[in-house]
Design a protein around this ligand. Structure first.
Ligand code: AMP
Ligand code: ZN
Ligand code: FE
Ligand code: FE
Length: 280
């Protein structure tokens, strides 16, 4: 079966790429996308660990801003050499943003220490939530989000500016297939209004299957993809085993998605690279 949305310790996942690959094999996954936030750092380790029985789909989850709210775009099969430079700026921006959130928390009376992450790893709010739990300010990461880190919380800092339109262009420029991640988690507009805006910018697919999507959300997205000729993807958005199972959490391969979703995505990536030869 298929997993097209997973995180590792290269961003805010709990499992190393090696451990994620081991779990994927154990749980019967045949193709596994590594889609860390704003970094490709996990690919090589996953590929080395995967061997013959598990196909690794190279990807990322690009963080953008649309209507003042965070909007995530998955990119599949990017040309690594072309994407490396623009992504380096985004990762550096994430390190600055994490420090800015730490500074806000200190002013709010909650000084914390961030974990040391390599330069090519992407720090995110879950790292800060974990540090708040470790320091004893809250019992759960969810409480840290509720008190401080939610998009309207007092310690929240948005991503450094990258519009969804520019983000889609960045992905297309490096031959990556841009797919709107978890559309029903977006808080800056309805799917009905935002999807056409993203399609006009070059969006090629939609993450239809996601643990936070209800059966009716899924039906709406399937219909929209059929209507607009968009690719459909899905995944558990796996961040690792958790002591705090929250609404929508599923285990790796918990959605049991069909491998049939993969060939159209691959074909679209190949066509895209043919069209813009430089990105190949
Ligand atoms: P960031 O990209 O740094 O803003 O962090 C986004 C990540 O934070 C998501 O991928 C989730 O893992 C986590 N997250 C976002 N919102 C919440 C929330 N309300 N409660 C718990 N975790 C959240
Ligand atoms: Zn995440
Ligand atoms: Fe996301
Ligand atoms: Fe994600």
């Amino acid at each position: 079966m298929l997993e097209l949305h997973c995180h590792t310790t290269c961003s805010d996942g709990v499992l190393t790429p090696e451990a994620l690959v081991a779990l994927a094999k154990q749980r019967g996954v045949r193709a596994l996308a590594i889609t860390d936030h704003d970094t490709m750092a996990g690919w090589d380790r996953a590929i080395a660990a995967a061997g013959e029985t598990l196909e690794i789909v190279p990807g990322l989850e690009l963080s953008t801003v649309h209507n003042d709210r965070s909007l995530h775009i998955l990119g599949f099969y990017p040309n690594r050499a072309v994407l490396a430079k623009p992504l380096q700026d985004r990762i550096a921006g994430r390190h600055r943003r994490a420090q800015a959130m730490v500074a806000k928390l200190a002013k709010l009376g909650c000084p914390i220490q961030l974990p040391d992450l390599p330069d090519d790893a992407a720090p995110g709010r879950p790292h800060i939530a974990a540090a708040l739990v470790a320091a004893g300010y809250v019992k759960t990461q969810q409480a840290a989000f509720n008190h401080w880190l939610g998009e309207r919380g007092p310690a929240y800092v948005p991503y450094e500016p990258l519009s969804a339109v520019d983000g889609i262009q960045m992905l297309l420029n490096c031959g990556a297939v841009p797919v709107w991640a978890h559309p029903y988690l977006f808080r800056g507009g309805t799917v009905a209004t935002v999807l056409p805006e993203l399609v006009a910018a070059g969006l090629m697919g939609v993450e239809v299957y996601h643990p936070h999507h209800s059966p009716s959300d899924i039906r709406h997205l399937e219909a929209a993809c059929d209507r607009d000729g968009l690719l459909m993807t899905g995944g558990s958005d796996y961040h690792g085993p958790t002591k705090e199972p929250s609404r929508g959490y599923v285990n790796l391969n918990g959605l049991g998605l069909s491998l049939d979703l993969l060939p159209p995505l691959k074909q679209a990536a190949a066509e895209l690279k043919q069209r813009c030869g430089a990105a190949g």
